[in-house]
Design a protein around this ligand. Structure first.
Ligand code: SAM
Length: 330
């Protein structure tokens, strides 16, 4: 497999300017290694990764995740992390600052390249952070002492004791979980492993993008249709508070924030649009097939977005849902 030129070198430069701290060297987990040498994959006879249309994916047909996990995607996730941290002016919103300072046990579900986990571990050295992901794109060797990473499928029972985490963080899982899994598989399992009095924080993008122009509308509709074929619902934000409540979480809080796409929002608007374009570029094959258009027509839609978002004043909303595990009275 030849090395694909990075489409986002320009972006990487921009996002690296936004980084608060130098990133960890996690190159050992980021190469295109398809051998079985990474922890957790020793028993598999199959390669860890597969390649389709020039992008790298996890090589497991039972994993329904829609996006790739190659270097370009890792760069996109890191850039998106800085964008989200800027929007919220913080890495978290649950009332856990004090317990993090004193020493908490924290789980980051679907941690990806672990940008959030590593920053939090550096900010709260007395706390212990465990990141889990189906793809070994987190640091495997060089990592802070208060972090640990495991390959785990969040739709399976997790190898953690009941009532063992003080705080669970889960971000951007709308293209990971089926609608049914949110409420009947994942949230019940996270409830089980959260300590009474502990907090969960779920952070999602809302695909009801406001003031969409015609090209964005077509792309978003294609994405929604594609998700439907996988029993996923990308407009899951309005449903999450109910799922939390049904699973026994209390003191549920919904926080909303927003950002503009395009030039009106300066470099962050530019980053947000690049993020959107990179996601839809990664999904070009399935979405163009759903829309019944060819690659050139699809590319034209992407190319028109820049002008369109500026004309329409398009903006997006992001949500955080915070819930607490009830403390039983004795
Ligand atoms: C959109 S990324 C979000 C990554 C990270 N939370 C962030 O905000 O940067 C979704 C992550 O979920 C992971 N994932 C997909 N299916 C999974 C599964 N069944 N169990 C655990 N992680 C999964 C992907 O590998 C990917 O890293």
């Amino acid at each position: 497999m030849g090395h694909r030129p990075s489409k986002i070198s320009k972006l990487s430069k921009l996002s690296s300017k936004l980084k608060k701290k130098p990133s960890m060297n996690n190159s050992s987990s980021r190469d295109n290694n398809t051998s079985n040498s990474l922890s957790g994959f020793e028993n598999f006879n199959e390669p860890i990764f597969k390649f389709e249309n020039g992008r790298r994916y996890i090589n497991n047909d039972s994993i329904q995740y829609l996006l790739p996990n190659d270097d370009d995607e890792i760069d996109r996730l890191q850039m998106q992390h800085y964008l989200l941290r800027y929007i919220w002016q913080s890495n978290f919103s649950a009332p856990v600052k004090e317990i993090l300072r004193c020493g908490a046990k924290v789980l980051d579900v679907g941690c990806g390249p672990a940008t959030w986990t590593l920053e939090m571990a550096s900010d709260y050295p007395r706390s212990h952070f465990i990141g889990i992901d189906i793809a070994p794109i987190f640091p495997s060797e060089i990592k802070p002492i208060n972090t640990e990473f495991q390959i785990q499928n969040v739709t399976h029972r997790l190898p953690f004791d009941d009532n063992s985490f003080d705080y669970i963080h889960m971000r951007l899982m709308l293209a990971v979980l089926k609608e049914e899994e949110w409420k009947s598989v994942v949230l019940p399992e996270l409830f089980r492993i959260l300590k009474p009095g502990g907090y969960i924080e779920s952070h999602e993008f809302d695909f009801r993008i406001v003031n969409q122009g015609p090209c964005m509308k077509i792309l978003v509709e294609g994405f929604i249709q594609f998700c439907k074929t996988k029993n996923m619902n990308p407009i899951v934000c309005p449903l999450i508070p109910g799922y939390l409540q049904e699973n026994g979480f209390v003191d549920i809080d919904t926080l909303k924030n927003s950002g503009h796409y395009g030039s009106s929002a300066g470099r962050f608007g530019k980053l947000a649009l690049e993020d959107f374009i990179l996601v839809f570029d990664a999904l070009k094959t399935p979405i163009s097939s759903i829309l019944e258009i060819n690659n050139e027509e699809y590319q034209n839609l992407l190319d028109k977005l820049q002008e369109e978002v500026d004309t329409n004043d398009t903006f997006y909303e992001v949500y955080k849902f915070i819930g607490k595990k009830f403390i039983p009275e004795n």
